[in-house]
Design a protein around this ligand. Sequence first.
Ligand code: VGL
Ligand code: ZN
Length: 215
Amino acid sequence: MSDTVYTGARDALIVVDVQRDFCPGGSLPVPSGDEVVPVINRIVPYFGRWIYTRDWHPADHVSFSGCPEFRDGSWPPHCVQGTPGADWCPSLDMPMNAILVSKGDDPKHEAYSGFQVGGLDLAEFLRRHMVERVFITGLATEYCVRQTALDALAAGFTVFLVKDAVRGISAEGAEHALGEMEEAGVVRIRSDQMVDTGERPAPSHHEHEDPIDPD
Ligand code: VGL
Ligand code: ZN
């Protein structure tokens, strides 16, 4: 499809798990995972709202295995809290007012999506900030990207998957997940179809409140 998609005030960019362990050289590398970085960096300025999720596991997370099978429930240790592998990928741009969501921090539970985090209702947060459409980017297509897209859809958002800004662990797994997402109603686009209108959300009450009373 080659239609132009105009971004503006009611849109949010979601950047999923662009962390060192998911890039070449990391403990759970996604082939060419680092290639999403320049694409994400190019479209970051098209938005006024940004959510960055990160995998943030304790060292004894339930998904970790000593002899990993590289499937759901059996991963090598990755993105352990406070370790270099959990860091954002080098040169990933991040606006200073981006929202950061850590997930998978409960040792006993897997969490592939930022919409599955206890103590945070991400969908309600986005609605309160007048977000209607989300644009999904990041790693990995068939796990955290897929779950984030399906959860966003279930929460009532219009969901775009920016195809050149995601990478999968396996080619077949990624292709299957893309089909599944499209069938559910996710719209697949490329970053070069995106055009910024320059329209931005009005500052919310909090944002233009004076933090300090000069009197
Ligand atoms: C992910 C496997 C395990 C992901 C996270 O970010 O897609 N995959 N943990
Ligand atoms: Zn994980």
